[in-house]
Design a protein around this ligand. Structure first.
Ligand code: PMP
Length: 327
């Protein structure tokens, strides 16, 4: 048994698990990267550490400094834990529509939480613009800028993609995930293509996002909405630029939630809705690639973050989320 030198070294090197139900459904091998096993319980710990280390290396984040960010929550949790471990302060701007558990976690970590109403990106009140303004007003502060700071996707090129490649012994036919900032999809996509350009990279886009139409026919267009937190992008972020996307799926909440439920009921994995959308995309990609294909996806965060929402039957009824038929 080896020990780990410090808590920041707990970020990354997450397990890759074969998912039985999805594999059976697709007649393939579908693997989930257990990002809920990071110390902040989400994939965003990797981007947070990458962004902070990059700012330190460039000399823009100095001792005692403050990290300001706008986030759906998971990046904020990652930044707050990295900041605590390194002696920085965090100011986190978040839409008030995000889960209570994320807000409580951020407060517990000592982050200064600024809640703003949900607003379109074009509005100056949008959480991203609010966080940029706050960063400018603070002394010795950086704006993490996860959407357009490519230190985010670099963490996935050097971390997540390398790990998946090694864990699958280089035998991988496809990879898919949804997009929030695009750091994960673009970073893992670029990293895997550099190993083997035949690895097929697919976007799994929720309703309400504009990327499906963009990659299908070059037009940023969105329709409908999704209850999934942390995903659903309406523009080409710097992290998405040059992402090697071969194909794209549009995945509805019902289809994603059906996988969340099956993984919970049949495999004991408690996940959030973006993970379910990713698994639904992986099943579609594996079916397209054919019997026996090997496909990886991301299990983005823990479902314990959504006990008062997605995993609460009353909340689902209120939101009109259709319960999957018994399998
Ligand atoms: N799922 C969840 C729950 C998230 O919080 C995020 C990050 N916003 C994502 C998926 C998407 O990751 P990325 O920002 O790398 O596109």
């Amino acid at each position: 048994m080896t020990t780990i030198p410090d808590t920041l070294n707990l970020i990354g090197n997450t397990p890759l698990v074969r998912l039985k139900g999805p594999s059976e459904a697709a007649g393939a091998d579908i693997f989930g990267k257990c990002e809920f096993a990071n110390p902040g319980a989400s994939v965003k710990d990797r981007a947070a550490l990458g962004i902070v280390e990059d700012a330190e290396a460039r000399g823009v984040l100095r001792p005692g400094g403050t990290i300001v960010e706008g986030t759906a929550g998971n990046t904020g949790i990652g930044l707050a834990l990295v900041a605590n471990a390194k002696g920085y302060r965090t100011v986190i701007v978040m839409p008030e529509t995000q889960s209570r558990e994320k807000m409580d976690t951020l407060r517990a970590l000592g982050a200064e939480l600024v809640l703003v109403p949900a607003a379109p990106y074009s509005s100056p009140c949008h959480f991203v613009h609010t966080s940029r303004r706050l960063a400018e007003e603070h002394d010795n502060a950086i704006w993490a800028n996860q959407f357009d700071n490519v230190a985010n996707r670099r963490a996935h090129i050097t971390g997540t993609a390398e790990e998946i490649w090694a864990q699958m012994d280089g035998r991988i036919d496809g990879f898919t995930c949804a997009v929030g900032t695009g750091g994960t999809l673009a970073g893992v996509g670029l990293g895997l293509k550099a190993k083997d350009e035949r690895v097929r990279i697919a976007l799994s886009d929720p309703h309400g996002a504009a990327l499906f139409d963009y990659y299908a026919r070059g037009e940023l267009k969105s329709e409908g909405s999704s209850l999934a937190e942390g995903i659903g992008q309406g523009r080409i972020t710097a992290n998405l630029e040059g992402a090697p996307i071969d194909t794209q799926y549009r995945i509805g909440d019902e289809e994603g939630y059906a996988w969340v439920r099956r993984l919970l009921d049949e495999e004991g994995l408690c996940l959030g809705l973006s993970s379910g959308i990713n698994v639904a995309g992986a099943v579609r990609l594996a079916r397209e690639l054919g019997p026996g294909s090997r496909v990886a996806t991301i299990l983005c965060d823990t479902g314990f973050r959504y006990l008062s929402s997605l995993h609460n039957p009353e909340w689902r009824r209120e939101k009109g989320l259709v319960e999957p038929a018994a399998t």
